[in-house]
Ligand binder design. Structure first.
Ligand code: SAM
Length: 201
């Protein structure tokens, strides 16, 4: 049995085609469970908390706004979340009604169109869905980036690649950022998510 199967790491995405807006819209029209990510949001809050509560935060691929909900509860004030999916943004506005003007439908590759003076960017479970290096090149130098990345494939070919370990992440991203902190959240012995804090070069 191949190792990735034996260790429940999912089947590799061989087509490597990015999922479209309509794909994500349909996904978010169905009931969407996010509980698995709660420990990751906890880590993001921990990493972001030493920053001032007024620091503008850009949430890249914000999904249904769960991280936004946590940031709002923690007293952060300046936030913009965007996502390709209209359904995700609709749900985010429902979940965090006080921030309904803080969510936008936007493709990451056109994020330069957003005139938001972010100092912190977060990308939680997003880099593996997109052309990660293209995004990193678009971020302003000096930005604090908080990212999280899994080491497993998605059941429905959403992930374009996996990041098997910390060294792999460091090596791939080293031209674009300096990583300061790491955390590994393990679901079991083989499946995990790395969260990191970095400064964009
Ligand atoms: C696994 S979800 C993570 C959502 C959210 N960050 C969270 O932690 O709940 C990946 C998100 O990336 C978004 N996404 C994928 N491609 C995108 C693109 N080209 N531009 C903007 N968002 C995109 C999807 O719509 C989806 O909401």
């Amino acid at each position: 049995m191949p190792l990735f199967k034996k260790h429940k790491l999912g089947a590799p995405n061989v087509d490597k085609i990015e999922r479209s807006k309509s794909y994500y819209d349909q996904k978010y029209e169905k009931e969407y469970h996010i509980e698995n990510y709660y420990p990751i949001f906890d880590k993001v809050i921990e990493y972001i908390s030493p920053e001032s509560k007024e620091s503008p935060i850009l949430d890249i691929g914000c999904g249904i706004g769960e991280c936004a909900r946590r940031l709002k509860e923690e007293g952060f004030q300046s936030y913009l979340g965007f996502d390709l999916s209209e359904s995700a943004i609709r749900e985010a506005k429902k979940r965090v009604p006080e921030w309904k003007n803080h969510f936008k439908i936007q493709n990451v590759y056109e994020m330069d169109a957003l005139s938001f003076p972010y100092k912190i960017a977060i990308a939680i479970e997003v880099l593996e869905h997109i052309q990660d290096l293209k995004l990193l090149k678009m971020l302003k130098p000096g930005t604090i980036l908080i990212g999280s990345i899994p080491n497993y494939w998605s059941s429905n070919n959403e992930h374009l690649r996996v990041y098997p370990n910390k060294f792999h992440i460091w090596w791939r991203f080293r031209p674009f950022m300096k990583i300061h902190k790491w955390h590994k959240h393990s679901f079991n012995k083989y499946r995990f998510i790395h969260t990191f804090v970095a400064t964009i070069k």
